[in-house]
Design a binder for this molecule. Structure first.
Ligand SMILES: [Cu+2]
Length: 316
């Protein structure tokens, strides 16, 4: 549709991947256009009156004006009509965004500091990668295991707070296959900006293959660890090239001697890595802040094993 591609181009929005995105943009550009027209009219009238009614001589007198029914009616009635249009249109789009179709495919979402887990009806848990079938309505049931987060997919024009202790929901139907970015849009601490995920909108067959878990099992522990390092956002605090970010680098860390804030020391071995990943607060490495979140209950034994294998592999 011409209007809607105009809407997208003129608002600098990311590509519209859903029908809802189109509806949101259309309303948005309507608001933008009428605001623009109103501003031009008001400012033009103002400039015109400034010249027309300016004080011309020292003893100019202001005319005695009581009121003007026509003018007063028009400046009330025209905005009223415009506001009612915005209200009705907005309500329609809001309704579209809030009501998930009955036959939606349900996926559970868990937000935590700092990442997203997606859980499917067959028990498969996918960190940071949300796979959905194209052309089918999908409903997300979302909760948080710590603080308030917010789930935002710009290309779908939808966003919803994710709150501990209750479920909130969102729905969408992706029209075009592709990969779309997810952001957390509620400031939630140090790595809030790294709290990212990707939506993979794939064909029905690819979705079924993903659900059967084939793609995941094919990874070796080191490969899985490398993947978790990114999807679990370890990379926001730990580098793998020797540089210091927020935490120590993983490069060459295995086998090193570590000194802790309480004066004790330890060699970096498998058990130390395991404890550091699951409960970093137990031993704080000297010279670093105690800012690493605990991963107990977040990462599975399998995940921890893979991360350790990955850290061990980073030697030069
Ligand atoms: Cu967050």
């Amino acid at each position: 549709m011409l209007w809607s591609s105009f809407a997208q181009a003129s608002t600098f929005m990311p590509p519209q991947a859903t029908k809802v995105a189109e509806s949101v943009d259309n309303l948005y550009i309507f608001l933008l256009v009428i605001s623009l027209i109103a501003s031009v009219l008001v400012i033009a009238a103002m400039i015109y009156f400034v010249f027309k009614y300016r004080r011309k001589t020292d003893n100019d007198k202001t005319a005695y004006i009581t009121h003007n029914v026509t003018a007063e009616f028009l400046w009330s009635f025209i905005p009223l009509v415009l506001f009612m249009v915005c209200f009705a249109w907005g309500w329609k789009v809001y309704h579209e965004i809030r009501t998930a179709p009955e036959d939606s495919y349900e996926i559970y979402v868990r937000g935590y500091k700092w990442g997203w887990d997606f859980e499917y009806s067959n028990g498969l848990v996918s960190p940071a990668e949300l796979y959905v079938p194209v052309g089918k309505p999908v409903k997300l049931l979302m909760t948080s295991s710590d603080v308030i987060h917010s789930f935002f997919i710009p290309s779908f024009r939808i966003k919803q707070d994710v709150v501990p202790g209750r479920y909130s929901s969102l729905w969408f139907e992706v029209e075009k296959p592709g990969v779309y970015q997810v952001f957390c849009t509620e400031y939630c601490g140090t790595s809030h900006s790294g709290m990212l995920a990707k939506v993979h909108a794939v064909s029905e067959e690819e979705f079924d293959a993903f659900l059967s878990g084939k793609a995941l099992e094919a990874l070796s522990p080191v490969e899985l660890g490398a993947k978790l390092y990114k999807t679990r956002n370890c990379n926001t605090c730990h580098s793998i090239d020797g540089s210091k970010i927020i935490g120590p680098t993983f490069m060459n860390s295995f086998g090193m001697q570590r000194e802790f804030t309480d004066g004790s020391t330890a060699v970096v071995d498998e058990n130390y890595l395991r404890e550091s990943i699951l409960n970093a607060q137990k031993k704080i490495v000297k010279g670093y802040p105690p800012s690493m979140p605990p991963y107990q209950g977040v990462l599975s034994d399998e995940d921890v094993k893979a991360l350790i294998a990955y850290i061990k592999s980073l030697k030069e």
